[in-house]
Design a protein around this ligand. Structure first.
Ligand code: GUN
Length: 279
């Protein structure tokens, strides 16, 4: 049976460290403020936004909510972003994705001041990560790195296979694992022989958004399996991209869903908010 990598516990450590930093800033009269912009009421987004606001409270960060109606226009949203950019009391800006179809996500992300880009999605942040320069890093892959480091998983020289090539997880994950000196493969929906490719992995990181897609046939015995998926199965039960029961029989270590990568994403957002004051 695989060792469980406890994201809940590790995320609490990261949040605790963040709290210590915000307390120290408060002594100097500095408060950290995150503006959370939500357009419409997508149910999953509502859950994520609520979790982020709760985490802010636990970490001593002020969260400022901007809730806009579903039919918000591009001009209206851009005006909100520009106002938050110009507001010196706002340190971090987060526009919850996905946005309704009339809105251009990429243009909105580009409009955020890179110095307040706590999601790490702005091209400047992505460019800095690619070049090995310090900057804001996408929270989910940054959380995975913390999970690996804090559970003692050595990455150097290891075969790492990432399944999924999204801008938010797969691609930045590849850059971060390269920085950890792993040998990195990014596989995706067009990859041939996906099972064979995955079975090469010492560290397998999955971010595809397909409930229980990865079974034991994709796993090298003893591999470390990191599941970035958050899905609902046919019974409405929360599950990851891996079939946890079958994969945990053969993996060396595995993250559960819930309680694995998910809480780390929020914890790293909190860390980025404090960095936004201190960078
Ligand atoms: N939607 C799903 N994940 C994220 C995230 O990390 N940040 C934002 N802004 N939207 C998301």
């Amino acid at each position: 049976m695989a060792k469980l990598i406890n994201g809940k516990e590790i995320s609490e450590q990261v949040k605790q460290e963040t709290r210590v930093r915000t307390d120290a800033l408060k002594e100097k009269g500095i408060t950290v403020t995150l503006a959370v912009v939500q357009v419409g009421q997508d149910p999953a987004s509502c859950v994520y936004v609520r979790n982020k606001k709760r985490a802010c409270e636990a970490c001593g960060i002020v969260s400022r909510s901007v809730e806009l109606p579903e039919e918000t226009t591009m001009d209206e949203l851009m005006k909100v972003v520009r106002e938050l950019n110009a507001d010196p009391s706002v340190n971090g800006i987060l526009v919850q994705l996905p946005l309704p179809p009339q809105l251009d996500e990429s243009a909105v992300i580009r409009a955020i001041d890179p110095e307040k880009d706590v999601d790490g999605f702005h091209p400047e942040s992505v460019g800095k990560l690619s070049l090995g320069l310090p900057g804001f890093e996408s929270c989910t892959p940054a959380g995975v790195i913390q999970l690996l480091r804090r559970s003692g998983v050595e990455c150097e020289g290891k075969e790492c296979v990432i399944v999924g090539r999204s801008n938010i997880v797969g691609k930045p994950m590849g850059m971060m694992m390269l920085r950890e000196n792993a040998t990195v493969t990014i596989a995706h929906s067009r990859t041939r022989n996906l099972k064979e490719v995955c079975r090469r992995a010492d560290i397998l990181i999955i971010a595809i958004g397909k409930a229980r897609f990865i079974t034991e046939e994709y796993i090298k015995p003893g591999a470390v399996v990191i599941d970035c998926g958050i899905n609902r199965d046919e019974n409405g039960k929360l599950c990851g991209d891996t079939d946890f029961d079958r994969v945990s029989e053969i993996a060396g270590a595995i993250t559960p869903v819930p309680g694995g990568v998910g809480p780390m994403t929020v914890a790293m957002l909190m860390k980025n908010c404090v960095d936004s004051v201190q960078i």
